[in-house]
Design a protein around this ligand. Structure first.
Ligand code: 5AD
Ligand code: SF4
Length: 439
C-alpha cells in the first residue's frame, strides 16, 4: 500500500487555483494523498503566478525554503509549475537559482504531469515548457470530487493585451470550451455535492466569439441556470468593453445567477485607459455601471485598480479616486503598477517612483475602505440568503457563508447546515466581514 503525500501550494488568481486542483488530482490518481503540511509531503507542487513582481519574489523565497527540506529528505520531489515558469526565456535563470527543483512545467503542459512525475520518480530532473498553447485539453481531470464550491474554466487565455499585463504571454490566445462540455462537467460536479460554481475566464464576456460558437456567454449562463441541484452560479472576470445588455438581462432574469459583477476599471482617466489599451473610456464604464444598476438594483460591483501606471499624473490619479467615490463598489482590489518584462508598458517613459505609487495606493485604499464599510453598515438589520460553506477560519466555533453578492457572513450554527441555503440577519460589520444571526 502506497501512503505517499502531495502538498500543493498555489499562488495567484482563481485560474491558477483551478490548475492546482488539476495537478493535485493527477497526483491523487498516482497514489499521492493530499496534505496541507509540506513537511510531511513526498511531493510538493508550487503553482506560480507572475502578474506582479511581489508575487514572484514571494514564490522564489518559498522555493528557496524547500531546499532545506530536500536536504533533510532527498527523496522529496519538488515540482514548480504555472505562469512564472512559462515566461519566455526564464527557465534557465530559474534552474540556476533553484537546482534542487525536480520538475519545471508551464501552463500548457498540465496534461503531461503524470509522465513528468514518473520521470522524476526514476530520479531524473525534467523541464517541460511548450511555447504555444495546444487546443483546449479536455484530458485533464476535473476538480476534486465532493467540494461545495468549484471553479470551472469556460475559456482559457487572453487576446486583450492590456499594456501592463503578462497574462497573454503566459496563458496564450483566447479559446473557449464548448457549451456541452461545460454543462456536463457542472452536472457531474453537482452529482458529487457541488452547489456553487464560479465560471472562469480572463474575459468571460467574449466567451465563444472567437471560436465562432452560435451561442454567447449569456446563452451559456441561461443553460447553466437550469441545472437541477445547483444553487448558485458566479462568473469572473468581466471586461467592461464586452459587457453586453444581453448579459445584464440574463443575470437580471436568472434564478441562480448571482448579481455580482467583478468589473475591473484599472484607471479613472481616459488618457491612462488609452495608454493601458483597455479599449473603453471612463464615460463608457460609468454608462455600463448605470445600466447594471438600473436593471438590477441589488447588484454588487467589485473592481481591480492599478495605481502608478507609467505617465500617471496627480490629475489622472484624482480621476481614479473620483471613480471610486462615484461607483458604489463593495470591494476593490488595488495594486501598484509592477513592470513586467516583455509587456508594452515596460518600455514606456515616465515610470512612477515607488514612493509615489505607495502614497497613491494608501490614499486609494483609505477611500475605498471607508466606502466598503459604509456599504456593510447599510446591510445592518437586513436579511440575506447565504450558502453555508463551513467553519469560520478566524473563529472555529462559528460558521461562514456568502451572500449572493459575495459578502462573507460569520454566524453561529450547527455543522449540518453546511451546504444549505439559510437566511441570516446582519448584526454588525467590519471592513471585510459581516456578522449575523440565523433566522
Ligand atoms: N501591475 C499591477 N497590477 C497588475 N494587474 C495585472 N497586471 C499588473 C501589473 N503589471 C492587476 C490588474 C488585473 C489584476 C488581476 O491584476 O488590476 O485586473
Ligand atoms: Fe491581463 Fe487585460 Fe487580459 Fe485581464 S484582459 S488578463 S488585465 S491582458
Amino acid at each position: 500500500m502506497n501512503n505517499k503525500k502531495v502538498c500543493t501550494i498555489s499562488y495567484g488568481c482563481q485560474m491558477s487555483e483551478r490548475d492546482s486542483e488539476t495537478l493535485t488530482a493527477i497526483s491523487n490518481n498516482m497514489g499521492y494523498s493530499r496534505t496541507n503540511d509540506p513537511a510531511e509531503a513526498d511531493l510538493v507542487i508550487i503553482n506560480t503566478c507572475c502578474v506582479r513582481e511581489s508575487a514572484e519574489n514571494k514564490i522564489i523565497g518559498k522555493i528557496g525554503q524547500l531546499k532545506h527540506m530536500k536536504d533533510k529528505k532527498p527523496s522529496l520531489i519538488i515540482a514548480v509549475a504555472g505562469c512564472m515558469v512559462q515566461q519566455p526565456g526564464i527557465l534557465e535563470k530559474l534552474q540556476k537559482r533553484a537546482p534542487h527543483v525536480d520538475i519545471w512545467t508551464g501552463t500548457f503542459d498540465y496534461h503531461k504531469f503524470e509522465e513528468l512525475l514518473q520521470t522524476s520518480q526514476e530520479g531524473k530532473k525534467i523541464a517541460c515548457i511548450s511555447e504555444k498553447e495546444t487546443e483546449v485539453s479536455e484530458a485533464v481531470p476535473l476538480a476534486e470530487k465532493g467540494k461545495l464550491r468549484v471553479n470551472v474554466n469556460i475559456m482559457y487565455g487572453c487576446d486583450n493585451y492590456c499594456a501592463y499585463c503578462i497574462v497573454p504571454y503566459v496563458r496564450g490566445r483566447e479559446r473557449s470550451r464548448p457549451k456541452q462540455i461545460i454543462l456536463d462537467e457542472i452536472k457531474s460536479l453537482v452529482d458529487s455535492g457541488c452547489r456553487e460554481v464560479t465560471l472562469l475566464g480572463q474575459n468571460v464576456n467574449s466567451y465563444g466569439k472567437k471560436d465562432g460558437f452560435d451561442y454567447d456567454f449569456s446563452d451559456l449562463l441561461q443553460e447553466i441556470d437550469k441545472i437541477d441541484g445547483l444553487f448558485r452560479v458566479r462568473f469572473m472576470t468581466s471586461h467592461p468593453k464586452d459587457l453586453s445588455d444581453q448579459l445584464i438581462a440574463a443575470v437580471a432574469g436568472g434564478e441562480h445567477l448571482c448579481e455580482h459583477f467583478h468589473l475591473p476599471f484599472q484607471a479613472g482617466s481616459n488618457h491612462i485607459l488609452e495608454a493601458m489599451n483597455r479599449n473603453y473610456t471612463r464615460e463608457y464604464y460609468l454608462e455600463r455601471v448605470h445600466r447594471i444598476l438600473e436593471e438590477i438594483p441589488a447588484a454588487r460591483l467589485t473592481t481591480d485598480i492599478i495605481v502608478g501606471f507609467p505617465g500617471e499624473t496627480e490629475e489622472d490619479f484624482e480621476q481614479t479616486l473620483d471613480l471610486v467615490r462615484t461607483v458604489p463598489f463593495t470591494q476593490a482590489f488595488t495594486f501598484m503598477y509592477s513592470k513586467r518584462s516583455g509587456t508594452a508598458a515596460a518600455g514606456l517613459p515616465d515610470q512612477i517612483p515607488l514612493e509615489v505609487k505607495k502614497r497613491r495606493l494608501q490614499k486609494l485604499m483609505e477611500v475605498q475602505n471607508a466606502r466598503s464599510l459604509a456599504w456593510r453598515n447599510n446591510m445592518l438589520d437586513q436579511h440575506y440568503e447565504i450558502l453555508v460553506e463551513g467553519q469560520s477560519k478566524t473563529n472555529p466555533e462559528s460558521l461562514t457563508g456568502r451572500t449572493r453578492g459575495n459578502e462573507i457572513v460569520v454566524f453561529k450554527g450547527s455543522e449540518d447546515l453546511i451546504g444549505k441555503l439559510i437566511n441570516v440577519r446582519i448584526d454588525s460589520a467590519n471592513s471585510w466581514t459581516l456578522f449575523g444571526t440565523m433566522m
